[in-house]
Write a protein that binds this ligand. Structure first.
Ligand SMILES: *[C@@H]1O[C@H](CO)[C@@H](O)[C@H](O)[C@H]1NC(C)=O
Ligand SMILES: *[C@@H]1O[C@H](CO)[C@@H](O)[C@H](O)[C@H]1NC(C)=O
Length: 807
């Protein structure tokens, strides 16, 4: 009954079930007692020395017996968990007992030991049940759980989770699980075959790695203890990527404008596509799709970065815009396309170009204004203002530009050209475009102006004149004319020739000639001032053009007098005419009355000089006189006058020698000898004359045979002269008769002076002197002129008189 009471205490209060348990315990105790067996129970984890059971009382042993006889507890294992307290006889724990350690899996943990009472030699079997207390919390083997789940996993899928473990038993063992942390997941607990609980993770909602790549969950396991203990594990669900996202370009169309001069290698635009996927699925690579060959040569797309860079320099003129299609694809098979529009903007990088399509090299100077000289093509590859060209000509040239059509220009002459002013042109055509800065270029047209014979030769002087001294050498250079022709080549080749003309009936060309090339004028013959005073002629200059142009110039050649003629004494008659033959000496007989007053005119020496000017200016001097001082001669008049009245003692016959001199350099002179008879009356005069004739013939010599010879000679000459006159008269008569018979057409000879047909010297001498007398009349000095009529009369009368006297 004590055992039962104790058991009751052990079991504690309980309802009907407690009563039932009590009944069972009573029955068990009765069975045990029968077998001498003790049963106790003690909770685990009691401190050492805790009371288990009062073995002494239960076995009915006296305490003294116990201490005297000796009591031992022997366990089957090595470790002694229990001991008997000698004084009290209580069974106490000898060690701290962990039920979970001792009976790992057993549902009921019972330790057995024997109590040996040595004095009685009795063994009692004791069973101590170790009861569980909730000293262990459920625990997971790993508190961090990793779950990997593809994002494409369908909702409802289940994933077994690690179970928690609680070594406690009964209610103290694991009772339930709960999950917290994420709406995507829920927990399902399956009952295992052994009644154990198996937690499973259930996907409640579709996952999206791009939304959340990880999910953190907490799994809590609880036991049924009081208080309940829990164990947790953290579950990290990694969402595995699925290639469920295509790459997406940031723009559907990329538009860039780049100037054409961007350097090669520079990046024009970067295309970017993003892929929400992860890893390879999110790794975007770019490629060009649908691209022309040309564009693929120019642009390069970096497959990794998406940079579109330039491989070659751009040229707006070759391609103004490009359209590329780029594709971005991920590691899977998803892709996206985008367009890239590259617009190249123009830069003024092209200078305008001129090309000469056709051009003349030579142009005749008489080409009319407006003649096309060149055809140019102008172009600029740029566009807009950069390609707008302006064309102009450099300098002040007689050309202008005309636009023909499109980009063609014509260079035409703006006026007539003149080779003599500008013989060649370098026409610079300049083109500039409208860029900023403007580019320009130029072309030079070389144009030679061809000559046309449009200029006549021009003489250097308006008229030429030269003075040539007479008696020049034949072939002497007189002067040189010079003409120039502004034309070129043959057109400028000047040749000279003499203009037609006649001088004194002879052609001019017999006097002078002009050298055709040099224009030198030569005298062909020795010129005689006394014949030709001057030559007026024309020299023509003619160029070599066709037709030739010519001009003329007047040339005046003045012949300068030289003192080549000595004075010629006309009176007194030259001795030669009297047949005396003494050269240059002239003689005559003059009469002077003895009653003459001083200054009375006795005679006059008449002389002429064929020269001109100083060379013909004569002066008279008395060189010798029988009675010096009786006569004087007028220096310029040649008048012989009495210087005083003749005296009785003066000889009747006076002889005077007068020298006539011109003023040439050197001066030439002639002498005239005068015999003057001084008489009182005519009778005396005649007497004197008779003796004078003798004395005049041989003065100072005794009159004799010489005088007679002289008289004879004079008579002979006179007869001859008379005969000649008669002959001449006959000839004239005959000619006159013939002229009457001839037709008037042949009257050319009529103007010719008679003297030209008389070739006989003697006659000419007479006639020449006569005609000279007449012709020189006009040129002689004033006093000579005045005396002319007087002289002629006197001359003839004296001559006749003298002839008479002599004969
Ligand atoms: C034109 O150019 C040529 C060649 O450069 C040169 O010889 C000539 O003198 C130039 N003529 C003129 C008129 O400038
Ligand atoms: C000289 O030229 C003028 C015109 O300039 C012309 O009238 C004249 O006849 C010419 N004389 C000669 C001799 O050719």
């Amino acid at each position: 009954p004590e055992r039962q009471r104790h058991r009751q205490q052990q079991l504690g209060p309980g309802g009907g079930r407690a009563l039932l348990a009590l009944l069972w315990a009573v029955l068990l105790a009765a069975w045990e007692a029968a077998w001498g067996q003790l049963r106790y129970s003690v909770p685990e984890e009691m401190p050492k020395g805790s009371f288990v059971g009062d073995v002494a009382k239960d076995l009915g042993l006296q305490l003294l017996e116990l201490s005297d006889r000796g009591v031992r507890v022997v366990s089957q294992g090595r470790t002694q968990y229990f001991a008997v307290h000698g004084k009290t006889g209580h069974l106490v724990t000898a060690e701290r007992i962990d039920r979970e350690q001792l009976c790992r899996l057993a549902e009921k943990c019972v330790l057995r030991c024997e109590l040996i009472v040595e004095g009685q030699m009795q063994i009692y079997r004791i069973e101590v049940e170790i009861t569980d207390i909730n000293d262990n919390a459920p625990s997971f083997k790993e508190i961090e759980l990793e779950e990997r789940m593809s994002e494409t996993t369908a909702p409802g899928a289940r994933f077994p989770l690690a179970e928690a473990h609680d070594p406690d038993s009964g209610r103290n063992s694991l009772q339930s699980y709960e999950l917290s942390g994420d709406e995507h997941f829920s927990l399902a607990v399956q009952a295992g075959p052994g009644g154990d609980q198996r937690p499973e993770l259930v996907l409640a909602k579709a996952l999206d790695r791009e939304e959340a790549a990880f999910h953190e969950l907490v799994l809590r396991a609880s036991d049924g203890g009081d208080p309940a203990r829990t164990g947790t594990a953290r579950i990290r669900v990694t969402v595995l990527d699925a290639n469920d996202n295509a790459p997406v370009f940031s723009q559907a169309e990329y538009t860039v404008r780049v100037p054409e001069d961007v350097p090669v290698g520079s990046t024009l635009v970067t295309v970017t596509a993003t892929d929400a996927d992860d890893g390879l699925n999110g790794h975007v690579k770019y490629s060009l799709k649908k691209v022309s060959d040309m564009a693929s040569d120019i642009f390069h797309l970096d497959t990794e970065t998406g940079d579109i860079s330039l491989l070659q320099s751009l040229d707006f003129e070759e391609g103004g815009s490009y359209e590329l299609e780029v594709q971005a694809h991920d590691g899977g098979s998803l892709f996206d396309n985008a367009k890239v529009k590259i617009t190249v903007t123009d830069i003024n990088d092209n200078a305008p170009m001129i090309s000469v399509r056709s051009a003349l090299n030579e142009i005749s100077e008489d080409t009319p204004s407006g003649t096309v000289v060149a055809l140019l093509h102008v172009q600029d590859r740029d566009s807009g203002p950069n390609g707008a060209v302006r064309c102009s000509l450099d300098g002040n040239v007689p050309f202008r530009l005309e636009k023909s059509f499109d980009d063609y220009y014509r260079v035409v002459t703006a006026r007539e050209l003149d080779r003599e002013q500008v013989s060649e042109y370098n026409v610079t055509v300049r083109v500039a475009d409208g860029g900023s800065p403007a580019l320009q270029s130029s072309a030079v047209l070389y144009l030679r102006v061809l000559d046309v014979n449009d200029n006549a030769p021009v003489f250097a002087e308006e008229g030429y004149s030269a003075r040539v001294a007479e008696n020049n050498a034949a072939g002497a250079l007189v002067l040189t004319v010079r003409a120039t022709d502004a034309d070129w080549g043959q057109n400028a080749r000047v040749r000279y020739r003499l203009g037609e003309g006649r001088v004194r009936g002879a052609p001019l060309s017999s006097y002078v000639s002009v050298q055709a090339e040099t224009g030198a004028l030569y005298a062909l013959r020795s010129l005689d001032y006394e014949q030709v005073r001057e030559l007026r002629l024309w020299v023509l200059a003619e160029d070599g053009g066709a037709p030739a142009l010519s001009s003329n110039v007047s040339v005046l050649v003045q012949i300068v007098d030289e003192n080549d003629n000595a004075p010629q004494v006309l009176y007194p008659a030259p001795a030669a005419a009297l047949g005396s033959g003494s050269g240059g000496a002239w003689s005559g007989v003059e009469l002077a009355p003895r009653w003459s007053e001083p200054g009375a005119l006795v005679a006059k020496v008449v002389a002429v000089d064929a020269d001109a000017g100083q060379n013909a200016w004569l002066s008279y001097e008395l060189a010798k006189a029988t009675e010096p001082g009786l006569f004087r001669v007028g220096l310029h008049s040649g008048e012989v006058r009495t210087a005083r009245s003749p005296l009785a003692r003066d000889a009747a016959r006076q002889s005077l020698v007068v020298v006539v001199k011109d003023h040439g350099r050197p001066a030439l002179s002639a002498t005239a000898t005068l015999s003057v008879v001084l008489a009182e009356s005519v009778a005396e005069l005649l007497a004197e004359l008779g003796s004078a004739a003798d004395e005049a013939a041989a003065p100072g010599e005794p009159a004799g045979s010489l005088t007679r010879w002289l008289v004879l000679a004079v008579a002979a000459v006179s007869c001859l002269f008379l005969a000649f006159l008669l002959l001449l008269l006959a000839l004239r008569l005959r000619r006159w008769h013939r002229q009457q018979l001839l037709p008037p057409a042949s009257g050319a000879l009529r103007g010719v002076p008679v003297s030209h047909f008389v070739g006989i010297d003697g006659v000419r001498a007479f006639l020449q002197s006569y005609s000279h007398d007449v012709s020189l009349t006009a040129d002689s000095r004033k006093n000579q002129l005045r005396l002319q009529s007087e002289r002629t009369g006197t001359y003839t009368s004296f001559y006749a008189f003298k002839l008479w006297v002599i004969s």
